[in-house]
Write a protein that binds this ligand. Structure first.
Ligand code: PBG
Length: 323
């Protein structure tokens, strides 16, 4: 009670603040998302995500090297194929853009952990995350395609696969397929609580994966639901997930915190494209201090309970942390 308690005593200098600081970010916390496209020597800026690029395999290898040199342990790959079709065959093409990128990155930087996003939306002509019939995304037939995609990533040398489609039962289906093909040591990071969010807008420009009709609300979670996230996470754990993810991060810190409290698996959070672009845009307008806001955002995600953060800020934040 005042004046006995004066919390300001522990804030009076940077040194004492360092001593009582509860949350410390390190480059070890980050997973850097990369967009791989076809061609050679391609490094195309993504206009809605300043600092991010669509890169051909040769370019993405250079970026992967720089990422590892900054102390960031992992990247997650997204593919932009040359051709899209109804069944997203580019997703499980042994010579697809992601498969080639995995091989090239593992060759050049073997210690960098290569995670792959497993989903159909970047590869389907309609832009949905599965097989479409009569305007509906079919759950069970999609599982077979996801199995093929995950196995083809593992065959190319992926260290971990991350299904982001939100089909029911996909973690079990992918686990079975990986085990049958001899990849029982490849972990699954599941996008367990993934919401149907408008914060994915810039990513869909980047990955050219905007649905051509309708939206994803019939498979991704409804943003107002909090308890349902615990159900989704519990199911994915039962099905064999090794790491569970909450996505987006910033508007869902309560969900991250709930998942951390209720389960003992590592928790990942995806600081998504829209969260990144908001900071970039406001900084360009001179309305906020970019670096301070970036670090505050990332710290808040870790403070909420994330053990790892997928973020487009990874290299910039790592540079600051490395001093
Ligand atoms: C693929 C996928 C999406 C994101 C990651 N994987 C887009 C979506 O579901 O529409 C979003 C990432 C971001 O916004 O940064 N399904």
């Amino acid at each position: 009670m005042f004046p006995v308690h004066r919390p300001r005593r522990l804030r009076s200098s940077e040194t004492i603040r360092r001593m009582v600081r509860e949350t410390l970010l390190t480059p070890d916390d980050f997973i850097y998302p990369l967009f791989v496209t076809f061609g050679k020597g391609v490094k195309r800026p993504i206009s809605s995500m300043p600092g991010c690029f669509q890169e051909s395999v040769d370019e993405v290898v250079k970026t992967a090297k720089e990422t590892f040199e900054l102390g960031i342990p992992a990247v997650i790959l997204f593919g932009i194929p040359e051709h899209k079709d109804d069944v997203g065959s580019g997703a499980y093409d042994p010579h697809g853009v992601v498969q080639e990128a995995i091989k090239a990155i593992k060759d050049a930087v073997p210690e960098l952990l290569v995670i792959t996003d497993v989903c159909m939306c970047e590869y389907t002509s309609h832009g949905h995350c599965g097989i479409v019939k009569d305007g509906e995304v079919l759950n069970d037939p999609t599982l077979e395609l996801l199995q093929k995609e995950a196995v083809s990533h593992a065959k190319a040398g992926a260290d971990m696969v991350a299904p982001s489609d939100m089909m029911d039962g996909r973690v079990r289906a992918i686990r079975q397929a990986l085990d049958e093909e001899g990849f029982s040591n490849v972990p699954i990071m599941s996008y367990a609580a993934k919401y149907a969010s408008a914060f994915y807008g810039p990513f869909r420009d980047a990955a050219e994966s905007t649905p051509q009709f309708g939206d994803r609300r019939a498979y991704q979670m409804d943003p107002p639901n909090r308890r349902e996230a615990l159900k989704e996470v519990a199911l994915d754990i039962e099905e064999g997930a090794d790491i569970v993810m909450v996505k987006p991060a910033l508007a869902y810190l309560d969900v991250i915190s709930d998942v951390k409290e209720n389960f003992d698996l590592p928790v990942a959070a995806y600081n998504v494209s829209g969260e990144y672009s908001l900071v970039k845009a406001a900084a360009q307008l001179g309305w906020i201090d970019h670096d301070r806001v970036m670090m505050e955002v990332l710290t808040s995600i870790k403070r909420a309970g994330a053990d790892m953060i997928l973020t487009y800020f990874a290299p910039e934040a790592a540079k600051i942390l490395n001093g």
